[in-house]
Design a protein around this ligand. Sequence first.
Ligand code: MN
Ligand code: MN
Length: 456
Amino acid sequence: MKTVWEKYDAKAMKKVMAVSEDYKDFLDHAKTEREAVSKSIELAEKAGFKEFKNVKKIKAGDKFYFNNRGKSLALFVIGKKPLEDGLNILGAHIDSPRIDVKGNPLYEDNGLLMMDTHYYGGIKAYQWVARPMAIHGVICKKDGSVVQVCVGEDEKDPIVEISDLLPHLARDQMSKTGSKVVEGEDLNALIASIPAKGKKDENELVKKNVLNLLKDKYGVEEADLLSAELELVPAGKTRDLGLDRSMVMGYGHDDRICAYTSLAALLESKDPERTSACILTDKEEIGSVGCTGAHSSFFENAVAEMIALQGDYNELKLRRALQNSRMLSSDVSAAFDPNYPQVNDPKNAAYFGKGLSFNKFTGSGGKFSSNDAPAEYIAKIRKIMDDNDVAYQVTELGKVDQGGGGTIAYILANKNMDVIDAGIAVQNMHSPYETASKADIYEAYKAYKVFLKEMK
Ligand code: MN
Ligand code: MN
């Protein structure tokens, strides 16, 4: 098989395109981890899921979710077998590289109001300048209220930008290495330039004007920015890419493309033998740390709560439930790029249109820090994927010693469960706009459904 496109008939093509349309809509409404959680809950509730805190007892077939601070989510469909026998888990992350706003962000410089930032995740800083950016996030006030912010997505909204130097004056800049062409501390966004009417000798009037605007629109003071999470993300919508519309370009495929397809599969899970689970986690891009990252005990606690509702909780049952679980830890892989063939071993590269990518290991410098999935587990996966006509490829992220990366796979594997990295290949990973193949999105969605249903 060259690519999976060859085997699609007209009916299959319709499904391939339909799944991507749903995904595009999800991505356009999920540009931050918080928005991804809200959108996922909306879809889950539509599919009959309830929030666990309102659940008194559980039985096979029940569907519910746990919401962790609006930034990570775990969803379950209870199986016929006891939880102690293990769960089939789909996991992905919903945070993406972006430009976060600092706690004390505003300063005025020669009549321009600037917003200081601290980038989030592994970015090439020079890719994030001279482009329309939107501001998404929350401002939390001392009275406990939370103001939702989303400016720059509606075509009538204003946008902000991080400026770049004109080539005419960039002789010094252009002689620098890539990591220094634009430096992290210089990623300051231009946000305003009209001064408020003020007294003679009054300073920072542009800032005063913007603070007035913020007061009017959101009821917030400058000090409220101390307790805010504001994220600058590329403004605009996901687009079809290619004259044949075979691909999708958008902000934040990493890793909402696996998150959405995992979620969609979970929402369709019906009367499973083993309990189906989907974990959508935060903070992967900065090490999966903190209360909403995969290292948090959130997921484990959720399983414990469910065991307690099944009756006679004890810790051994929880440990057995985790140990007997199997997981697809889904995260994007690096797609072969004809412009940069030299970074891959062609035999082990991930290609567009060849289906879900399984990475036995990730890591770097001799597989360092990788979850190296057991071969026996991979054999089981091959069996169920082949039996159900799912296209997949077994791949590696780049040539040996070319670089590397990590995922959440090892974190769950540390609970002694079988875990393998699986995911959709993308080009331009971690850039403002990433590209993926619609065929791979569709095959991933199929693979996740098969995994929830068939994995023993
Ligand atoms: Mn990722
Ligand atoms: Mn990433």
